[in-house]
Ligand binder design. Structure first.
Ligand code: FE
Length: 207
C-alpha cells in the first residue's frame, strides 16, 4: 500500500470520508478493532469530550490565580485537577492572551489539536489555506476569515501544534464579568476563543 502525501492539495470531504471508511473496514476485517470500539470513541468525542471541557479550564483560570499559574506552567497537571486528560493531549501547552499579545494556534503539518480540552478539530482547521496562510499572515486570516480584528499595537503570535506539543489559548477574561460564577464564566468561553480565532462571548449578550 502506498501512502501519498496529500497535505498540499485539499481532499474533498467525501474523499476523506471514503478513506476513513476504507481504513475502518480494513481494521475491522483484520480484527484489529471492532466497529463498537470505534463508535464508542467517536461518540465520546462528539458528546462527552469537547470545548465545554476546555471552557471549564479557562473559567477556573479566570477565577483562581493559583490554578492559572499552574495552567501556564504545566497545563496537563492543571487539567488533571479537573479530571481532564487523555489521548491526543499528552503534552498540552497554554498560551495567554492579553492586551499586548494575541495567540493563535495552527498545525502546519496536519491537524494536531488538544482533543481532551477541545474535542475533535473543526474542518477548517485541517484546510491547507488555514494551515499555511495563518503562519504567513495571521492578522489577515483572523480579519478576513474570522472577522476578528487585532489591535495594531498588539503582537500576534502563531503556535504550531504537533503530535508532541498541542497548544491552546487562554483568552482574556471579558469585561463586565466581575462576580460571575465559574459556571457562568465557562458559558462565555467558545471553542474558537481557545484556538485564538475568536473572542469569548460578550456577557451582555448572554444575560
Ligand atoms: Fe498535525
Amino acid at each position: 500500500m502506498s501512502v501519498e502525501r496529500t497535505s498540499d492539495s485539499q481532499a474533498s470531504e467525501a474523499e476523506i470520508a471514503a478513506r476513513a471508511k476504507a481504513l475502518e473496514s480494513l481494521l475491522v476485517e483484520k480484527g484489529l478493532v471492532s466497529t463498537d470500539a470505534i463508535d464508542r470513541v467517536i461518540s465520546a468525542y462528539e458528546s462527552d469530550i469537547g470545548p465545554m471541557l476546555g471552557a471549564q479550564v479557562v473559567a477556573r483560570a479566570w477565577s483562581d490565580p493559583e490554578f492559572k499559574k499552574l495552567l501556564l506552567e504545566d497545563a496537563n497537571a492543571a487539567c488533571e485537577q479537573l479530571g481532564i486528560g487523555g489521548m491526543q493531549g499528552e503534552h498540552m501547552v497554554v498560551v495567554e492572551n492579553s492586551a499586548q499579545v494575541h495567540n493563535v494556534v495552527v498545525c502546519t503539518l496536519c491537524s494536531c489539536y488538544p482533543w481532551p480540552v477541545l474535542g475533535l478539530p473543526p474542518n477548517w482547521y485541517k484546510y491547507p489555506q488555514y494551515r499555511s496562510r495563518t503562519v504567513m499572515e495571521p492578522r489577515e486570516v483572523l480579519k478576513e476569515e474570522f472577522g476578528l480584528g487585532i489591535d495594531e499595537s498588539a503582537d500576534v503570535r502563531v503556535w504550531d501544534s504537533s503530535a508532541e506539543i498541542r497548544y491552546f489559548v487562554l483568552p482574556e477574561r471579558p469585561e463586565g464579568t466581575e462576580g460571575m460564577s465559574e459556571e457562568e464564566l465557562a458559558s462565555l468561553v467558545t471553542r474558537d476563543s481557545m484556538i485564538g480565532v475568536g473572542e469569548p462571548r460578550d456577557p451582555e449578550e448572554t444575560r
